[in-house]
Design a binder for this molecule. Structure first.
Ligand code: 13P
Length: 258
């Protein structure tokens, strides 16, 4: 069985002091959780301090982006090695906000994934359609192109270190989540793409998170779907009780209950 993975994407929120405050409460609240992987992804400026605060706990550190070069004249960018240096283990790549606001392409996403893997970081690769694409029945086409583009030239072994997050853009920050059925349909489709291109074993072990208005109230039904293995949480990851509520309701006993 795939271990659930719940990640909090803090986006552009919280100073170092505020981040430390949140993380100290999270480590206490979640200290007994063993059956799910928990990841938090603060802003770059808070990574070092938060990394020290989670050291020795069951909470892992992730970043929200990286650049594919190791170092050099790339003003404003951060490399995979720099993220490793502050004890990041995960990195979100290709979030729809990066794609839509900062114009990242599938090719950029692919280069970033390769740089992350090279440095030993575990990429959380985001894909998902916009509202107009869903309305015009292009969801599968868009997801297919994004998954293919992101994973170009990778091997089945590489896939063991990758997590995919399906985040329909219309569900992000809107309070309207994809229904468990809608999400499951796309998750199963992503797993099929992986099976067709990297083999059944790679598809069986791949963890696919759902993201988009996840809350404590909807996670149990979402994660009870056969191909939903966790969540990438935005807004609700910024409050201890909301994030902890999601994690507790995502634990495997809920998946088994269905
Ligand atoms: P919300 O949970 O705020 O909808 O954000 C989802 C998201 O974009 C996580 O990466």
């Amino acid at each position: 069985m795939r271990k659930p993975i719940i990640a909090g994407n803090w986006k552009m929120h919280k100073t170092v002091t505020e981040s430390l405050n949140l993380v100290r409460q999270l480590t206490m609240e979640l200290k007994d959780v063993k059956d799910a992987d928990i990841v938090i992804c603060p802003v770059f400026t808070a990574l070092h301090a938060v990394g020290q605060a989670v050291d020795g706990s069951n909470i892992r550190l992730g970043a929200q982006n990286l650049f594919w070069e190791e170092q050099g004249a790339f003003t404003g960018e951060i490399s995979a090695l720099m993220l490793k240096d502050v004890h990041c283990e995960y990195v979100i790549i290709g979030h729809s906000e990066r794609r839509n606001i900062f114009k990242e392409t599938n090719e950029d996403v692919n280069r970033k994934i390769k740089a992350a893997l090279q440095a030993g970081l575990l990429p959380i690769v985001c894909v998902g359609e916009r509202l107009e694409e869903r309305k015009s029945d292009k969801t599968f086409e868009v997801v297919h192109e994004q998954v293919h583009g992101a994973l170009e030239d990778l091997s089945a072994d590489d896939l063991e270190s990758i997590i995919i997050a399906y985040e329909p853009v219309w569900a992000i920050g809107t309070g309207v989540n994809a229904s468990p059925k809608q999400a499951q349909e796309v998750h199963a489709y992503i797993r099929k793409i992986i099976a067709d291109n990297f083999g059944k074993n790679a598809a069986d072990v791949l963890r696919i998170q759902y993201g988009g208005s996840v809350k404590a109230e909807n996670i149990a039904e979402l994660i009870s779907q056969p191909d939903i293995d966790g969540a990438l949480v935005g807004g609700a990851s910024l409050k201890v009780e909301l994030f902890a509520g999601i994690i507790k309701n995502a634990l495997p006993e809920n998946k088994d209950a269905e």
